[in-house]
Write a protein that binds this ligand. Sequence first.
Ligand code: C2E
Ligand code: MG
Ligand code: MG
Ligand code: MG
Length: 279
Amino acid sequence: GAKAIGKNKYHYYTKSMREQALKRVTLISDMRNAIKNEEFFVLYQPIYDLKTGKITKAEALIRWQHPTHGVVSPYDFIPLAEETGLINEISDWVFEQVCKNICYWRQHYLPELQVCINTSPMQYVDTENGIATWLEHLRKSEISPQAIVLEITERLLMSADHTVSDILAQFRAAGVQVALDDFGTGYSSISYLQKFTTDIIKIDKSFVHSINDSKINRTLCEIIIMLGKKLNLQVVAEGIETSEQNEILQALQCDFAQGYLFSKPIEPEELTALLRDSS
Ligand code: C2E
Ligand code: MG
Ligand code: MG
Ligand code: MG
């Protein structure tokens, strides 16, 4: 009867909750060993200059090849890494890989590329071991700071902490650029542009996906692009999947494009080949 079904549902529900909690705990403990077990890898998604059609930037995106779960999405493990503090170690590892790849591209005389690296708010809290160590590393290395872009989100700027703006200012003074990711999805995107200096804004893919659905979505993209021009910022549209979306963005004079229409995230060797072809 109804009661039995209800009861079963209840059991099913608690079981799945328990499973989820277990999965969470296992993922967290597995994540602690993932670096030394070499389960992480970095893919690069090319970003194209819409005026020249050339790849001038690429976004570094982490992947986790879990021994039993297959490839785990960063949407699933980055939040856990942030909760547990593992994010600092993981981010440093990503930075290290990016530096290695940049050195390789440089040594092989490939066209210069800016690599965009996603960063998490927690990296800006620890002033000793946090992201500031990247600056030191860059100073000691042969990598030009101009080759690096830090991607930040409004979540970081919301803290309104002046250590955050101090750290970002130090990076910018050294020549590292700052990109505001997922632009438009927060509550006060425009006010952050006024308070924190950035170089690039990335239009969130939710706006790009809906660009041909309605006049209002198209207008929103248009306004973000105009804002970028007025403030002298580069504008990247992310998540372009169709040629219709691309045509609209080109008509609106968007500067840069990133999305499956052009390329999905690829292995560093594949990016090397693309850069070679285009040079
Ligand atoms: P994000 O920084 O906004 O990165 C863009 C995401 O959109 C990537 O997902 C990318 O694969 C996906 N994407 C690109 N083009 C398209 C498209 O045309 N259509 C659709 N539907 N999606 C597209 P991914 O690689 O799964 O990463 C998800 C998020 O995880 C990233 O969003 C970023 O917030 C975070 N993340 C990834 N790598 C790192 C990392 O190394 N460190 C940190 N802190 N976060 C990372
Ligand atoms: Mg990003
Ligand atoms: Mg240097
Ligand atoms: Mg984004």
